[in-house]
Structure formats: structure tokens, C-alpha cells
Design a protein around this ligand. Structure first.
Ligand SMILES: Nc1ncnc2c1ncn2[C@@H]1O[C@H](COP(=O)(O)OP(=O)(O)OP(=O)(O)O)[C@@H](O)[C@H]1O
Length: 822
């Protein structure tokens, strides 16, 4: 109750002291070392186990080549494990609450299985299970608490590659239709004003600047026409455009569905402007009021369908050469166990700071002959381990394709690889408008332009231009009857032009081929791997970072190009974005990473356990809820606080304020009557009072000496993002980041303020209850996290209730009424 909490607030001690952490459990890889297939002479039938325990038993049986099967429903559900012979004797074990240790002991007694085999598999984190209690039963949790994590569970299995292809092809069609329908609805079926309200169209814009850049593209800066040139600049209305969106620019006066002046890619989004990269700007029409429309990106769907077709077509030797990844199908579709070399070749880490779990992960990846998984919870150095794997593979002479679902994740990898190995021959494939400026230099286009063959091709072009001028002059002189344009001369010039055109083309192709062939590491998005430029290029190993955010079909686009695969990710963070809810529910958002986590068993996977971002108090919530308590905070971050930041500690009055700020803070809006509202033209939600409370807390952080760039506001609802941006003080618009959870994935801030929005009498929390979404939101914070919410509403959900209780217990409580006086 708030009143109790207020009393508690007075007594509460400063949160954020470093807390000692139990050591991580035994490594899953080590646990399986001594297990070989058993010739069981009997079967053990268990009744009364939890779904988690049954899943672990299935996994253990498959790992050891034992028979297994389930029957019955609900509490009567029974799982048997042991001899494959149906006549073998059966030992029945019926117990309501068997502990994991007891199950392991029974397996040892009757089937001679090492206890560690069951216990280490049971320790593998799964979505929907929290740190299991000693009786092996997961703590009570409402169905909603696991939210979408449940929909995309690790239980997804396909009977065959063809079954997978058929299912995915259907679901991708559903997804494409959903996206096309949304684009068409915005473009034709409603008024332009309604389309703008939905965020897919921006009306009444004008071009404020047009400049060359991005290797030959034109960058058009679009600003609101209203108040053009005034100071302060007029902000764009709330919209859903983001970098890399495919867009059409039309005259405002053009009818709905009318032809565009040009199409392009969103390059940059600011509060008051939006920059679009255009290949071919129109000669006229840009001076009038304009409209920007979001288009469906059909190329991606076409590429994904092409990948599926490649997977399903029967192999032949020439295809096997072009698609070495077909060899991965056996291990990834349960046809055989993944293979590992007994030991990795000797390797000396390039990054001497790698910790033990990172070294184990790299070692596993280097031993893999088919596929290995690196499971990296937040801040544990997944990308750090991936970079090391790539550099070690290159040192062994391998050619690597390194990919991720998003451009930002690929660019992150490119930057880290280039910093670790400046001489590495690395090529970043992709449209320059989709690349971060700092990696443009590594792009295929930039490298091709720098090559000798390109410069020779440019010479050819110059010669052709001169010859063309001669042709023009000759024709004019002839026309004016001043000088005859001799036939032989004409013929010779044309032959020279043909020759030059041919040479230019050949030089350009050669330049492109040389850069592609010379690459030791090819970096691209997963769907970028299907670009025609990579046709015929094959690799020894495909490394996928952020694999748990990628559609499985997209992963195969890169995997088909290499014989071996390493996937790094965290299936307990956000899944891929899927627009069609029906397709997501039917399995489109289930990822390859998660599927393999479930099917390959612990020997093929290594979990990173030391994190380098969060104060231990922040980490512990996530670790206990989602990672079986296995995470450890590195000593460099375990006790760091806001007061230790140089910008704070150098300012004595500010540091006194900062010392008052706890590591975790609950700002409770219960009783404040800060109600949630649904936006008029959509289903997103916002909460005005809560937005004010969140911004008031930001002011407090600034007063304590934090830089605005060190603070982030995260809210799950796009309407609340728009509202917060509107209310954000002008001077903070360029530095204080406000975004949805998705916008912050993979990133971090010293202080994070979370605005949860929901406040209603019925306790509805919608997609807040998705454990993965809240996991990402909380774990973006390095030293401070403030949860702004209506504790009465959100605590109706068991998972969120535990989060609220955790913050109260390990931090400070405060009523929002004190921050936002009524
Ligand atoms: N062994 C290490 N020693 C010191 N710092 C490390 C180590 N490993 C990783 N880090 C640091 O920890 C931070 C997080 O690492 P990295 O980005 O590789 O993690 P991640 O798991 O990919 O993160 P996320 O989950 O946010 O995507 C980086 O600043 C990195 O330099």
C-alpha cells in the first residue's frame, strides 16, 4: 500500500551497495562431457512432473539416444524414459513435487545416467521459467507474465526441412500481406490526415536542403512547411518513420495512390527534420509542398522466399558448391547430433581481457564442425566473443561471413572488428544510407571506388565523354555544311566508343570482384547476404550476432553460404519484429537460435555469465527472473553508482544530490489519478501525468550533474514516446533520448527512466507482461534505474508485481505526487 511505502521511504537506506553473488552453477558444457548413449534395460515412467522437468527429460533422452514418450493430460501427464524396447520392464514413479536432484538420482539408479547430465540441462535458462526453487517447480506466474516469450517457445520443432519451408513460406506471405495492407491503407483507403495520424505519412513538408553525399546519392532534408525558417524550428508531428525505411516523396496536391516524384531511404530522423537519401532526384517538383509515404519493403520478402526455395530444392553437386550451408541441415533439423572436434587448435586470444566464460564460448565455436551457440545475456560481451571468434577463424585461414538482422548490429560488429584488427580485409555490404557514417569507409562501394580498376574505369568514361563531344561537333559541322563528317572517321570513333564502353564495364566488374574476392570477412545484414553481388561467394563459417532477434528464414540467407555456423544471441531479449499477429502466433517470430537452444542440448551451447554493464542490484533482478541466477557482475561495475561519474564527482553540490539517488527507484503513481488513454487513431497508449513525473525525475538527475546524453527514457508505447518528446524541454531535444524498448535494444545509458503507462482499474497490462520486453528495458541501465508506474495496476500481473516488489526491496520508494504536485 502506498501509505506503508511512504513510511518505508523514510527508513529506506540508500540502495545500490554491492551485494555478494552466488557463484554461477556448473557449466552446461562440462556437465555433458562424460555422457554417452546408454543401453537401458528398463524404462522409468514419471508422473506429476512440471512441464519444465518433462522438457528437460526429453532433452536428456535425446542427448543419450534413449527411448522417451509422453501420455495423458494435465496432472496425469506421464513421461517415460529408458529402453526403446516396448516390452522392457517399467518402473513407475508418481510424486507431486519431485526435486531436480531426486529426478537426477532416480535416473542414475535405474538408467545409470550421470546426475550432472539432468542437472546441467535443468540449469539451462528457458523463457517462462524463473530461478527454479529447490523442488524444481517454477514459482507461480500468470500466463501473461511470459507473454510472447511463450508463443515463441523453444519447443518449436519441424518434422523436416520441407515442413519448415512450407510453414515459413505461408507465414511470410501473411506478414507481407499485413505490411502491404498497412502501407496501402495509409496511401489509399483513408484520408491523408488519417494516414498522418497513423504515423505512416507526413504531410505538408518542404525541402530545406539538398546536398550530395553517400557515394553519389542526394540527401534531401525535409522539414514542416508550416513555420519554415522560423526559430525555434517547428517539430515534426508524431510519426513512425525510422532510418532505413523505404519511402516515396509526392507532391502534397497529388491524389492518394498517385505516382511519386522519387523514392528513397530514410537516412536520419530528428525532431524537426527528416533526411531522405535518393538515388535519382527529380529535376523539378521539389520546390512545392510535399508528402512523405512509407512503402512496404517487398525486396526483403522476395529474398526470404528465395532462401526458402533454395533450402527445399533437391541438392546436386554444383548447388552444394554454391550453397555449402546445405550441410548444416542435418544438425539443425534433428537428423544427427552436431559434431565437435575433441579440442580446438591452439589459439592465443587477440583480446587479452576475455573472461573464462568468453574463452569457453570462443573455444566451443572453434571446435564446432557444424554449429555452436553463444548465449549472451545483457552486457556479457556477446559481441566481444563474436569478434574474437571471427579473428581466430581468420587467423586459421577461414573466410567468414558475419551477419546480423539489423544494420546497426552489423555496423557495431564492423566497428569493433576494425578497431581490434585494423589490417583485416573486411567489406561491409549495404546501401550507404543504411550504414553508420563511421563505417562507410569499409563499405563495398567505397572500396570499389578507391581501387585502381575503378580509377581506370573513370579514365575510360572521361575518354568517352571527349569522343562524344567530337561526335556532336562533327554532326553539327556537317549539319551546317561547314565540314563533312567523314564516314571512315565516324566509324572509327564509334568503334573506339564501343571499345571504351566495354573496357569501362570490365574494369568496373573487375574492381567489384577484386574487393569481394579479397574479403576475409564479409559483413552484411542477413537478408543482405542474398544480394546478387554475393552470388557465388562462399565462406567457411557464418557468424550471426543478435541471432535471437532474427527470423529463422533470414538466418538461412547467410547460413547457406557457409559450411559451419556460430550463432550468438539471447532468446530472453526482444524477438524479431513481426507485424502480423497471426503469423507471429503461428511461429514466424520463433527464432532459429531459440529452436536450436531447445533441440541441440547443452553441449552445443555456451552461456556467458559475467556482465560488464550493470550495478549488481540491477543485474540481480534480471538474473533471478530469467537466467536462473547465473549472472555475475564484474567487479568494475558491481558497485558503481551515479556519484562515481566524473561529471558528477567533479561538482561538489551536484555530487551531494547524486549521493541521494539510489541505484533503483520506484516512482509510484498509484492514487495520483494519472490515467492511461488510448490514442485516437491507433491502439497505442499514453499517460500524461506519468510522462510529467518521468521528466521531473530527469530534471533531478540533471541537477545531480548527469549529462543529458547519459540518460534515457524508455516506454513500451509509441504514443507515450511521442508525448514525452513533445513535453521534453527544447534544450534537451538533441541529447535526451526517448524511445520504445525496441529502440534501446543492444544499447545502454548510465541512468534509465522507465515509464510503464498502464493505469486502469481492471489491471490490464497488455504487452508489458512480456518478460523479454521488461528484461531489455531494465538491463539498459548501468548505474540507475527508475520505474515510473502505477504499482496497483501493474502488480496485478505476477511477473510485474515481482519487479515492483524487487525495486521496492532493493531501492527507494517515492510517490509521484511529490514530483508532480496536483
Ligand atoms: N572481458 C571483458 N573485460 C572487460 N570489458 C568487457 C569484457 N567483455 C565485454 N566487455 C565490455 O562490456 C560491454 C558489453 O560488451 P558487448 O557489447 O560485447 O556485450 P553484448 O553482450 O553484446 O551486449 P548487449 O546484450 O547489450 O548486446 C562493452 O563495453 C565491452 O567492451
Amino acid at each position: 500500500m502506498p501509505s506503508d511505502r511512504k513510511a518505508k521511504q523514510k527508513d529506506a537506506k540508500k540502495a545500490g551497495t554491492a551485494r555478494s553473488k552466488p557463484k554461477a552453477g556448473s557449466s552446461p558444457a562440462a556437465a555433458t562431457a562424460a555422457n554417452t548413449a546408454n543401453e537401458a534395460s528398463c524404462k522409468v515412467a514419471f508422473q506429476g512432473l512440471t512441464p519444465r522437468q518433462r522438457a528437460v527429460l526429453h532433452q536428456v533422452a535425446e542427448q543419450c539416444g534413449l527411448g522417451h514418450g509422453s501420455s495423458g493430460e494435465g496432472e496425469q501427464r506421464c513421461i517415460s524414459i529408458g529402453a526403446t524396447d516396448s516390452n522392457a520392464p517399467q518402473i513407475d514413479i508418481a510424486a507431486a513435487e519431485l526435486s531436480d536432484e531426486a529426478i537426477a538420482a532416480l535416473l542414475q539408479q535405474h538408467l545409470q545416467l550421470q546426475p550432472d547430465l539432468y542437472l546441467s540441462a535443468a540449469q539451462q535458462p528457458r523463457p517462462n521459467t524463473t530461478a527454479s526453487s529447490s523442488n524444481g517447480k517454477p514459482p507461480a506466474r500468470s500466463k501473461a507474465a511470459s507473454g510472447k516469450a511463450a508463443a515463441a517457445g523453444s519447443s518449436v520443432r519441424y518434422e523436416s526441412v520441407d515442413a519448415f519451408v512450407a510453414q515459413m513460406s505461408r507465414l511470410l506471405d501473411m506478414e507481407r500481406q499485413a505490411e502491404v495492407a498497412a502501407a496501402q491503407e495509409a496511401a489509399t483507403q483513408c484520408s491523408t490526415a488519417a494516414a498522418q495520424a497513423r504515423g505512416r505519412t507526413l504531410l505538408n513538408l518542404r525541402v530545406s536542403d539538398a546536398e550530395g553525399g553517400l557515394l553519389g546519392r542526394t540527401l534531401l532534408t525535409l522539414v514542416p512547411n508550416k513555420g519554415f525558417g522560423t526559430t525555434p524550428a517547428v517539430l515534426l508531428p508524431a510519426h513512425k518513420f525510422s532510418p532505413h525505411d523505404v519511402v516515396a516523396l509526392k507532391a502534397s496536391s497529388a491524389g492518394l495512390g498517385g505516382p511519386p516524384l522519387c523514392t528513397g531511404l530514410v537516412y536520419r530522423v530528428r525532431d524537426a527534420s527528416l533526411v531522405v537519401a535518393v538515388d535519382d532526384p527529380p529535376e523539378e517538383g521539389l520546390e512545392q509542398p510535399l508528402r512523405l509515404e512509407k512503402l512496404a519493403n517487398e525486396v526483403t520478402y522476395k529474398r526470404l522466399q528465395d532462401t526458402l526455395q533454395q533450402l527445399s530444392a533437391p541438392g546436386n553437386s554444383s548447388r552444394a558448391e554454391l550453397l555449402p550451408g546445405m550441410a548444416l541441415l542435418d544438425a539443425t533439423f534433428d537428423r544427427r547430433e552436431p559434431r565437435f572436434a575433441a579440442a580446438a587448435p591452439a589459439w592465443k586470444p587477440v583480446n587479452a581481457r576475455l573472461d573464462d566464460s568468453q574463452r569457453r564460448a570462443v573455444e566451443l565455436a572453434l571446435r564446432a564442425q557444424d554449429v555452436a551457440l553463444i548465449h549472451g545475456p545483457p552486457g556479457t560481451g556477446k559481441t566481444t566473443a563474436v569478434v574474437e571468434v571471427i579473428l581466430q577463424e581468420v587467423a586459421r585461414g577461414s573466410r567468414v561471413i558475419a551477419a546480423a538482422a539489423s544494420n546497426i548490429a552489423v555496423d557495431n560488429l564492423v566497428e569493433r572488428l576494425a578497431a581490434a584488427a585494423p589490417k583485416l580485409k573486411l567489406v561491409r555490404l549495404g546501401h550507404p544510407a543504411r550504414l553508420l557514417p563511421q563505417v562507410i569507409d569499409k563499405s563495398l562501394e567505397a572500396q570499389v571506388l578507391r581501387s585502381d580498376n575503378s580509377s581506370l574505369a573513370r579514365d575510360c568514361r572521361r575518354d568517352m565523354q571527349q569522343l562524344n563531344r567530337r561526335v556532336m561537333q562533327g554532326a553539327v559541322l556537317q549539319l551546317l555544311k561547314l565540314e563533312p563528317w567523314k564516314r571512315a572517321e565516324r566509324r572509327q570513333v564509334r568503334a573506339e566508343l564501343r571499345q571504351l564502353a566495354k573496357e569501362e564495364r570490365q574494369r568496373q566488374q573487375k574492381a567489384l570482384q577484386e574487393v569481394l574476392d579479397g574479403a576475409q570477412v564479409m559483413c552484411c545484414t542477413l537478408t543482405g547476404a542474398l544480394h546478387p553481388q554475393l552470388h557465388g561467394q562462399t565462406f567457411d563459417v557464418a557468424v550471426i550476432d543478435e541471432a535471437a532477434q532474427a527470423l529463422e528464414a533470414a538466418c538461412w540467407s547467410a547460413l547457406l553460404k557457409a559450411r559451419r555456423a556460430v550463432l550468438a544471441g539471447d532468446h530472453l531479449q526482444l524477438p524479431p519484429t513481426v507485424m502480423s499477429e497471426a503469423a507471429a502466433k503461428a511461429g514466424l517470430s520463433a527464432t532459429l537460435f531459440e529452436r536450436l537452444q531447445g533441440s541441440l542440448g547443452p553441449a552445443a551451447s555456451c552461456m556467458l555469465t559475467v556482465q560488464y554493464r550493470m550495478h549488481a542490484a540491477i543485474m540481480d533482478w534480471s538474473s533471478q527472473e530469467l537466467y536462473g541466477g547465473q549472472l555475475e557482475a564484474h567487479e568494475s561495475v558491481a558497485a558503481h553508482t551515479l556519484a562515481d561519474l566524473p561529471s558528477v564527482s567533479s561538482n561538489s553540490s551536484a555530487s551531494a544530490d547524486a549521493a541521494e539517488l539510489p541505484t533503483m527507484l520506484l516512482i509510484d503513481t498509484a492514487g495520483c489519478e494519472f490515467d492511461e488513454y488510448q490514442e485516437q487513431d491507433g491502439d497505442s497508449r499514453y499517460n500524461q501525468g506519468e510522462a510529467q513525473a518521468a521528466l521531473a525525475h530527469v530534471q533531478r538527475l540533471l541537477a545531480a550533474g548527469l549529462a543529458s546524453a547519459d540518460i534515457g527514457i524508455i516506454t513500451p508505447y509509441s504514443a507515450q514516446v511521442a508525448l514525452l518528446r513533445e513535453l521534453r524541454p527544447e534544450k534537451l531535444s538533441g541529447s535526451l533520448e526517448i524511445s520504445t524498448v525496441d529502440g534501446f535494444q543492444g544499447r545502454e545509458k548510465e541512468a534509465i527512466v522507465i515509464s510503464m503507462v498502464r493505469s486502469n482499474a481492471s489491471g490490464e497490462v497488455g504487452f508489458l507482461a512480456d518478460a523479454r520486453r521488461m528484461n531489455v528495458a531494465v538491463t539498459r541501465a548501468r548505474r540507475h534505474v527508475a520505474l515510473v508506474c502505477d504499482s496497483e495496476t501493474v502488480s496485478k500481473d505476477a511477473f510485474l508485481g515481482r519487479l515492483v516488489a524487487y525495486v521496492e526491496q532493493h531501492g527507494h520508494y517515492e510517490s509521484a505526487a511529490e514530483l508532480v504536485p496536483s
